[in-house]
Ligand binder design. Structure first.
Ligand SMILES: C[S@@+](CC[C@H](N)C(=O)[O-])C[C@H]1O[C@@H](n2cnc3c(N)ncnc32)[C@H](O)[C@@H]1O
Length: 318
């Protein structure tokens, strides 16, 4: 049973992650999303005294958590406070090779539950939502400065929000009267913009808007697109990659990336015989693993989680 950390974060799909990664003594693991260290602890325990855990996170609270946890871990440890695409690029520059690289995407419970960080539509707080508080762009900038078209597009594409146009229009109208400073103000504007019958049909009416703004503020999809090839490049032959996603925009990217690596022949379909000689670089070892009913009952956050994983079959990727 995965343990809840001191900060209240329960690692999602923890047993399944450890199962696909299969960490061995002496290996090097890169945890791209350290958070409260729940997954890292489980992996580190298997790496043992000859292993190395490199943890990345852009949140200074995760760095504090790492400082507390590192002393309890049996292996060598190192923390890089950076966006994971930058952290992985740094490791590549240093010539680091890894046996395991994994990402547990999205926000941590520590972030959602720290009211003043403004991630949650359930608490009144300033509009912030930055995982890295040193970053300039925050949710207030997005909500008050993006034009209506940009806002509608973000809500549609990043939040999969059906009423994106109406919500964007309502935001622009409201901020013309007074700047939108808080989560509560935004929740009210969004709720009022959605037709009454639809307001509570798909969970909280502001859920998709908050998701979209958070993804935009933290450039979550850009980070993922940049990180996947770097993570793959860092892996040694026989190394294992795993990614846990919480919505379809992320999951689709991880799925497509791994499927491309696992493809053999890439000849045009009308050729009768293969002439490309292309060999697969990956063996898929986890194809959209979901949390068990028990895990979802104990931790509802796990409901939308999907784990995908692959083993690298080549020393250097093509
Ligand atoms: C779901 S939590 C990870 C929880 C962790 N696996 C655990 O067991 O405690 C995601 C973490 O990844 C971090 N994160 C998300 N996107 C990031 C990015 N692009 N670069 C660096 N850190 C990121 C967040 O700050 C957050 O701490």
């Amino acid at each position: 049973m995965p343990r809840q950390s001191a900060d209240g974060h329960v690692p999602v799909l923890a047993a399944e992650l450890v199962d696909v990664l299969a960490p061995h003594g002496g290996e090097t693991a890169v945890d791209c999303t350290f958070g409260a260290g729940g997954h890292a602890r489980l992996v580190a325990e298997r790496l043992g005294p000859d292993g190395t855990l490199i943890a990345i996170d852009r949140d200074p609270v995760a760095e504090e958590r790492f400082a507390e946890l590192a002393a309890e871990l049996p292996c060598d440890t190192r923390f890089i406070r950076a966006a994971f695409a930058d952290g992985l690029a740094q490791l590549r520059e240093e010539g680091v090779r890894a046996d395991l690289v994994y990402l547990d995407l999205g926000m941590s419970s520590m972030q959602v539950d720290t009211r003043e960080r403004g991630f949650s539509y359930s608490y009144e707080a300033p509009l912030d939502m930055r995982m890295d508080p040193d970053q300039e762009l925050d949710a207030r900038d997005v909500v008050n400065e993006w034009d209506e078209r940009q806002l509608a597009r973000a809500l549609r594409e990043l939040g999969e929000e059906r009423y994106a146009g109406q919500i964007a229009r309502a935001i622009v109208r409201a901020r013309g009267r007074t700047p939108i400073e808080t989560t509560k103000q935004l929740v009210e504007i969004v709720s009022d913009a959605i037709p009454v019958p639809a307001r509570f049909a798909g969970g909280h009416p502001a859920k998709r808007t908050f998701q979209a703004i958070r993804i935009a503020v933290n450039d979550e999809l850009g980070q993922l697109d940049a990180a996947l090839p770097l993570a793959w490049e860092l892996l040694r032959k026989e190394g294992r990659f795993a990614g846990i996603s919480f919505h379809s925009l992320e999951d689709r990217r991880v799925k497509r990336f791994l499927a491309d690596r696992a493809r053999g022949c890439i000849c045009p379909p009308d050729l009768p015989v293969c002439v490309c000689g292309h060999e697969p670089e990956a063996d898929l070892i986890g194809r959209g693993i979901a949390a068990s009913a028990d895990e979802v009952a104990a931790n509802p956050r796990a409901k939308s989680a999907r784990l995908r994983a692959a083993r690298k079959l080549v020393e250097v990727a093509a």
